[in-house]
Write a new protein. Structure first.
Length: 105
């Protein structure tokens, strides 16, 4: 298969589907704040779950109970990337907070 054929297939597949993103239903500031807080909590729980999974696979690898080492490597990389993303988001939030605090009133 030629590269041009692959590009045409990707273009036609992308043009056939239109992603529909529903608008969030927000009625008040309390509700939006609670939704944002829940979203952040779920994201942090996901990071913690990835780290726990990597830790348990590391323990299995150290004791010899793990048959496929690549499972540990995948889980470890996933946990590392999730942690790096969390730190980057935190750094941007702190930077934004500092910028707001420096604003003149």
């Amino acid at each position: 298969m030629a590269i041009g054929a692959i590009g045409a297939a990707i273009t036609t597949a992308a043009s056939n589907t239109t992603p529909v993103v529903p608008a969030p239903a927000v009625t008040g500031t309390e509700e939006s704040g609670a939704n944002f807080g829940n979203l952040i909590a779920k994201a942090l729980d996901s990071v913690q779950g990835a780290q726990s999974n990597a830790d348990s696979l590391a323990t299995k690898a150290a004791t010899g109970d793990l048959t496929d080492v690549h499972d540990y490597m995948i889980a470890s990389t996933e946990a590392s990337m999730a942690t790096e993303l969390t730190v980057a988001v935190r750094n941007k939030a702190v930077e934004a907070f500092n910028d707001i605090m420096r604003m003149q009133i």
